[in-house]
Design a protein around this ligand. Structure first.
Ligand code: SF4
Length: 282
């Protein structure tokens, strides 16, 4: 359960590792590359490489972290993969409910399975996910847009977010009703596919028009100017500005306000973003 450099979270928690590919966004899966590398390094948790593996021994890990933290759940897997039994998802949710001091972010490409979990397994809306659990789905191109509608239906989730990363095409018109946060980023790595600046601006404009916070994570291997280079050099600025807003809930809730102060300390989140969002004091 490590601290992470992923700009929109703080820590990763992996009670499941390994996955199988389901859509275009998976083609150069970072988790697959990492899992194989960690297997090669002899790390126990990755002895099966990228084959889906449950880790019951990891279920209680967040309870050991006292400082309120933001956890990305299953950064090395998809919790709603068909081979993860709903009984095991229940155990993940129990830990989340037992840790109200933390915020948990679940990101899935299998939003229909998550929907089944809620409707068929939990008898939603009578029983739902814990209130410190954010739910997100990946929308990497226009054909993945149908996932947005399903996510928007989960009305009592505190934050429903989209991860448009790696952004692989123009998303066209977006209906963001019921969506609380949009993250956008380009692909990295030698094989990375190019992300056009116009695709990014199209999402940014629609977020602004529909009042949805927009978080631009990175250009990736292809820069704002369309040139291939090191992703660090390409950075995360759009027209010279950091565009990293957070969901509104973070500014309304005292626990989350503490969290955002904490997030502002992370190198990748410029401190002026926090102050700007808090009302312009610096
Ligand atoms: S769903 Fe996520 S973890 Fe699974 S293969 Fe696709 S990108 Fe990788």
């Amino acid at each position: 359960m490590n601290k992470t450099k992923i700009a929109w979270t703080e820590r990763t928690w992996n009670p499941v590792t390994g996955c199988t590919k389901i859509s275009e966004g998976c083609r150069h899966c970072y988790a697959e590359v990492m899992a194989k590398r960690l297997q090669g390094m002899g790390q126990k948790r990755y002895k099966n490489g990228f084959t889906l593996t449950l880790h019951p021994e990891a279920l209680n890990e967040p309870k050991k972290v006292k400082e309120p933290s933001m956890f990305f759940v299953c950064s090395m897997a998809d919790l709603f993969h068909k081979d993860v039994p709903f009984e095991f998802v229940d155990r993940v949710m129990e830990t989340i409910a037992d840790c109200p001091q933390h915020t948990f972010q679940i990101l899935t490409k299998r939003i229909d399975n998550l929907y089944c979990y809620l409707i068929e397994w939990l008898d939603y809306p009578f029983q739902s996910i814990p209130e410190n659990c954010w739910i997100g789905t990946t929308v990497e191109n226009a054909s993945a847009k149908e996932r947005i509608k399903t996510l928007a239906e989960l009305k009592d989730s505190p934050v429903r977010f989209l991860s448009c990363e790696p952004l692989l095409g123009d998303l066209g018109a977006l209906d963001l009703a019921g969506i609380d946060w949009v993250i956008v980023g380009g692909e990295s790595g030698q094989q990375a596919r190019k992300m056009s600046k116009e695709w990014v601006l199209n999402i940014q404009r629609q977020c602004a028009a529909q009042g949805v916070p927009f978080f631009f994570k990175q250009w990736g291997t292809w820069g704002e100017d369309g040139v291939k280079r090191n992703k660090k050099e390409n950075g995360c600025l759009i027209d010279g500005k950091v565009c990293q807003e957070w969901p509104k809930i973070l500014y309304d809730n005292p626990i989350c306000t503490e969290l955002i102060k904490h997030l502002a300390k992370i190198d990748s989140m410029p401190k002026n973003t926090y102050y700007k969002l808090k009302g312009g004091q610096q």
